[in-house]
Design a protein around this ligand. Structure first.
Ligand code: PLP
Length: 207
């Protein structure tokens, strides 16, 4: 990709929006480091801290810097200074790094619990997208209830789920659910997992 960008003068946008939370192997390095003149690197505090903070960052090829700063200025006259200074202090003091490391372990445990619970209660559900981030994709087996019914039943059980087609995923076939495991508070996670398993559980000899 870097060769393509160099040869064509193209720009690669590297959206590393949950790169802090890779679970099963060492994080891969950023592409940006290989070609700082060709890659726009984007990161965000939305996953590492909270989406409501609305702080993110770009590492820009020098040739784009002035134009992007100007666009940002005319879009919103820049992000709140106190919030930026607070994040800068968190990073400078090492507290941000410690937080990310602690949360990586925490989210990995949650992910593992989700995968284990589904294997036990809904073994025909295929779980993917779990190497990184705070969401899993659950591909439903043939014969599953219609996606709209499933999402409505989930909502009634207090679960906010979405079908993959809401993210422009394929709309045909039995469908897939996108399940976030980051947001429930600790005291609610076990209950949420039980409710999800009850929703997807298949009647059969194992139950
Ligand atoms: C693909 C992708 N990029 C970036 C983000 C981060 O967006 P924001 O920083 O506006 O919350 C998200 C949020 O989930 C995302 O799904």
């Amino acid at each position: 990709m870097v060769e393509w960008a160099r040869a064509t003068g193209g720009t690669v946008i590297e959206d590393d929006y949950d790169g802090e939370f890779r679970y099963d192997r060492q994080p891969v390095g950023a592409l940006q480091g290989l070609a700082p003149g060709q890659v726009v690197y984007a990161g965000t505090a939305s996953k590492s801290l909270a989406p409501g903070i609305r702080l993110a960052w770009l590492v820009l090829p020098p040739a784009l810097l002035d134009a992007v700063v100007e666009e940002k200025r005319s879009a919103d006259r820049h992000s709140p200074v106190m919030d930026q200074l607070t994040l800068a202090e968190l990073i400078r003091s090492g507290a941000y790094d410690r937080h990310v490391r602690r949360m990586r372990l925490h989210y990995r445990r949650r992910r593992d619990r989700l995968v284990a619970a589904l294997a036990a209660h809904a073994p025909r559900v295929r779980v993917s997208g779990i190497a990184a981030g705070l969401h899993a994709v659950l591909e439903l087996p043939p014969g599953s209830p219609a996606m709209g019914d499933l999402v409505a039943r989930a909502n009634r059980a207090g679960l906010a789920l979405a079908g993959l087609e809401a993210y422009n995923g394929p709309a045909d076939g039995p469908g897939a659910l996108v399940v976030g495991f980051g947001s429930p508070p600790e005291h609610a996670f076990t209950g949420a997992l039980d409710a999800l398993c009850a929703l997807l559980a298949e009647p059969g000899p194992s139950r």
